[in-house]
Design a protein around this ligand. Structure first.
Ligand code: NDP
Length: 331
């Protein structure tokens, strides 16, 4: 198996030197184990945090550790009755061509006609589930809410905007970093309004896009976006703090919003979350999402980078915004 490991810890933006590729020979399968040829690897923003020697969403990677993360593949050898050769499986063994281990490390997923296996990393996987939990559990989305989603053309954001609409939001507004993404938000994903945060201050653009204010903010970005939302919130507004990608590669500690006092005067609640702590909505998510995908009420995009050797490139491109929808590596 070929695998990609963390070689050194970056300061600021990672570079290819922070990673190393190794070819290893795998031992024969032990009783109860399976071997999987990976088809798609996930590259996710949280992996940047794990490259630092500090606790973020998850424990830091050790130096020399494989870039652990979600992947989907097909079983090529099995020594367990639970999983058969040919089954499609989801696992978290990271950036490698072949993965093997005890059956419990792998979850069999259904092949759905017309839906690529990579969907289990995106629209049927962790990122869309994050959107679902953030809106319904953390922000307490109600019918008639005006909702603002940042990072709206990405994997989490594009799911969040559509889920908000399908769960009864009255007006969904999104921000993203290119004109093409803004068009896609208003067209393909059905956002009522969208803007490019690079065109003008977020506060001004959000005010113009939300003449009736916002009730819910789904924050993927932090920084200037969060500050703008705090200014445009209606009384009793609620934010799900999901991510703060604007600061993941900065070398200085991010400055907090300067208008936190609005939380008092407007009675706002801001709640951070990491999706792993909210397993209880998963069944409802799969039911809703399968139905929405089937009926075409939810659509999704993937940006596919080919080749394990391009995993690092794909990961860096994700943080630069080269993706629309879920960024995946195809082996
Ligand atoms: P995305 O698919 O959204 O990809 C990242 C996007 O971030 C890029 O496409 C880019 O789009 C945008 N971006 C990069 N830099 C900036 C910046 N300085 N300001 C604004 N936008 C920027 O990734 P995901 O959907 O996987 O993740 C989205 C967010 O959700 C991240 O913050 C991530 O950490 C968080 N997350 C949190 C989870 C949780 O449990 N709390 C679980 C999963 C994800 P653009 O062109 O628009 O700039």
């Amino acid at each position: 198996s070929t695998e990609i490991r963390l070689a050194s810890r970056p300061t600021g933006w990672p570079t290819p030197d922070n990673f190393e590729t190794a070819v290893i020979s795998l031992p024969e399968l032990a009783e109860g184990e399976v071997r999987v040829a990976n088809e798609f690897l996930s590259v996710d923003p949280y992996m940047r945090g794990r490259m630092n020697d500090a606790k973020s969403y998850a424990e830091p990677y050790a130096l020399g550790e494989v870039m652990t993360g979600a992947a989907v593949g097909r079983v090529i050898e099995s020594r367990t009755a639970e999983i058969s050769v040919g089954d499609a499986v989801l696992h978290h063994l990271g950036w490698r061509s072949v993965s093997q281990g005890p059956a419990a490390s792998f979850r069999v997923v259904q092949d759905i006609s017309g839906v690529p296996l990579s969907a289990y990393l995106g629209i049927l996987g962790m990122t869309a589930y994050t959107a679902y939990v953030g809106l319904l559990e953390i922000a307490g989305l109600k019918e008639g809410d005006n909702v603002f989603v940042s990072g709206a053309a990405g994997a989490v954001g594009s799911a969040a905007g559509q889920i908000a609409r399908l769960k009864g939001a009255s007006r969904v507004i999104g921000s993203a970093g290119t004109a093409e993404k803004v068009e896609q938000l208003k067209g393909k994903y059905g956002f009522a309004a969208a803007f490019n945060y690079k065109d003008a201050p977020v506060r001004e653009q959000l005010r113009a896009a939300a003449p009736e204010g916002i009730d819910v903010y789904f924050d993927n970005v932090g920084g200037e976006h969060l500050e703008a939302a705090l200014d445009v919130f209606n009384r009793g507004g609620r934010a799900a703090l999901c991510g703060a990608i604007s600061s993941y590669n900065s070398t200085e500690a991010p400055v907090g919003p300067r208008n936190m006092a609005n939380m008092i005067t407007q009675g706002l609640s801001l709640k951070g979350f990491t999706v792993g702590f909210y397993p209880e909505l998963h069944e409802a998510f799969i039911n809703d999402m399968s139905r929405w995908l089937d009926s075409g009420e939810i659509v999704f995009e993937e940006t596919v980078i080919e080749g394990l050797e391009n995993s690092v490139h794909g990961f860096l491109e994700l943080m630069r915004g080269a993706n629309t929808g879920k960024m995946v590596i195809k082996l």
